[in-house]
Design a binder for this molecule. Sequence first.
Ligand code: PLP
Length: 388
Amino acid sequence: MFSDRINRLGESLTMAITQKAREVKASGREVYGFSVGEPDFDTPVKIKEAAKKALDDGFTKYTPVVGIPDLLSTIKDKLKKENGLDYETNQIVVSNGAKQSLFNLLAVLLNHGDEVIIPNPAWVSYPDMVNFFGGKPVFVETTEEEKFKLTAEKLKAAITDKTKILMLNSPSNPTGSVYTEEEYAALGKVLEGTDIIVFSDEMYEKLIYGGKKFVSIAGVSEDLYKRTITINGVSKGMAMTGWRMGYFATADASIAKAVGKLQGQSTSNINSITQVACITALDGSVDKEIEEMRIAFEKRRDLTVKLINDIDGLSVIEPDGAFYLFVNCSEVEKDSMKFCLDLLDKKAVATVPGVGFGSDGFFRMSFAMDEDTLRRGIGLIEEFVQGK
Ligand SMILES: Cc1ncc(COP(=O)(O)O)c(C=O)c1O
């Protein structure tokens, strides 16, 4: 009965663990939800006020499919001011979360057999989306020693005449790795003379630590600007996961037009109230609140990295961004699915197996919760590792 397409799509592993955690909770136990991929903070008040006003003003009708003009020009200004990138509003499309931006882009760009290079470990949804559209994920393994970043040599070796897209994500989910300008420039050199499109997923842009600088690959050279699609949103940095807004910007307006056509025949515009709220999220009005959240995350990163590295048998490299630790548990258990299921069963701590991100022997834990919960949860992980 089902299409080949849907049969090629796996269930999101993060969702699967979250579901299992719900079951443990329903049995009356307190669950430490370290598997979640969202900030614990509430959306900044000014954003909520903008939404309330939009509702009271009756801004409740269909809007242009790709986003209201005021939001598109706010995004254009944001990209110029914060990322040094020049786009016109007809090169930008607003979608129902960056997830839909990615999905739509792959839908309009991929043909059967097209290859998409995905450096592993990578966000769980990339390979499934590629498979869904009949593309072929080409995984390139990166190592802890490389800080889980793709090198120019490995990129070169992975390119074939079928390569259509290179998927990059900095700061990374699940590793928190952040590419430098030099690293991007080295990748850019390898891409010169090819038709490869770069997807730069910049969802965690606002969550960056240790004085590191966030760099958009599209700003590194003219060649990279032309071939890159910059993808971003408000879910993570602005604590707006439930509002559903993501966007992309491309030098090639025909790509934006094609996505607009697809969106017009599928979901149409995103929620009208969300669009108004996102103007406040992106125009600088809540920069102070965003920075406060970032500082809190940085403290939690420092705390959790230390606590995990103090546990015999576990180790983690310090992430430069996002809000995850990608913990090496291979000394204790190489089978990450087994590790995470046992940990959930025995200690009610939910984490995500590294195998879901393409790297067995690791698990991902979020540090997007209060310090007390983090301390107690990591205490339970320690007990579990010690076999208590
Ligand atoms: C790397 C990455 N990209 C994109 C997304 C999608 O975010 P949203 O659809 O909420 O904008 C996520 C969410 O988990 C993510 O981790």
